[in-house]
Write a protein that binds this ligand. Sequence first.
Ligand SMILES: [Zn+2]
Length: 382
Amino acid sequence: MTARRAVLIKLPRDKCDVDYVKRLMALANLAYRGYEVWVPNMPRTIQHQLYDFRDFKDSLVFGTTPKRWFAETWVPLKTLRIYQDGSMKGDKGAPVALDFEDDVIRLRQVCRNEHRYVVEVPMPRWVIERVNEGGDIKYAMIGLENDEPYLALVAERVVEPYQPSNYMLAIDVNAWNNGITWGLIRDGRLVKWKPERPNLSEIDGLYDLSMRLSREYGRLKRLGLHRTVEGRRLWRNIKKVRRKIYAKLRDYAQKLVHRLVRKALRHKALVIIDDMIEESRRELIEEKIPRGLRKVYLAETRRFVKLLITQLRWYGVPYEFKRLPSTICPVCQHELTQLPDRTMACTNCGFKAPRDKIPIHWAIKSHQEGDGKNNPPPLERR
Ligand SMILES: [Zn+2]
């Protein structure tokens, strides 16, 4: 199985001509559609590499055909890898050279339309780590996000999932207000479990601040004053606060994925994931959480699951998606009733547990049922 991971590296804006990258992106879009357009005042090497690439595009993580004409398509680039022992891999004329001797990445001719123009960026630790894990960076891409130039690197690694031990790691993904609960199970017994949440009071505080600023902006707008210096400053502030909220959640999600993958690896566990984010969305509506805050609580949860899967695959951790309910009794399957302190109780059999723990009980149950299925069939009597 080939596993892939990707990373984004911001390129220095002063050394990277945004308009040139835009032109390259437009050409990449055409190339994806099967058109060859040779622009006279652009280096042939780049254009050759674009049209060569059509054959490779299916192997790229980002290699989906753009949906619209003139959509901004990232430019796929080949790489040359120069290792510390002087050996090389890849196309010698590739526009992206990863030099592990000098610890730099050289971008040739993709940052400015100028003969022999080279931009050097320091080798990110991410790349060193992936290469040490047996990965290879065969492809890169250049493109713009929010009008800023970025280089994307794609690491590839062939890996077979390990045979799981007697450990299981159950991960129940919810909106951030309830958080992500994990449970470590050994031989069908719970070893440890924990709900993980970002700093919610900080997130809520930032959300309140953004709402307060938005109301103020709305007031200025009604007075027709939103284009004034003050109005513009307010608008910039609102955007800054919103970006901060999302950056915090993104960072939290990324760190949590890292921890959980390490945990799974340490125990050679089988990972069980429940990613019923839609259910969380409905719950948030039922709880009458305002729309804006709902969006915040759900932000990056999909990305959390994607990141988690990407890294589990990368390290060869076996995983399964399984439904782990939180409102159904894991003993008798009766509907559970929620008590004021987030305890769930079964009126049928008397089962009681904190709400976050219910999915973990279901994971234990599924393990026991799984065992039953794997048992040899009973001997027939004659
Ligand atoms: Zn019950």
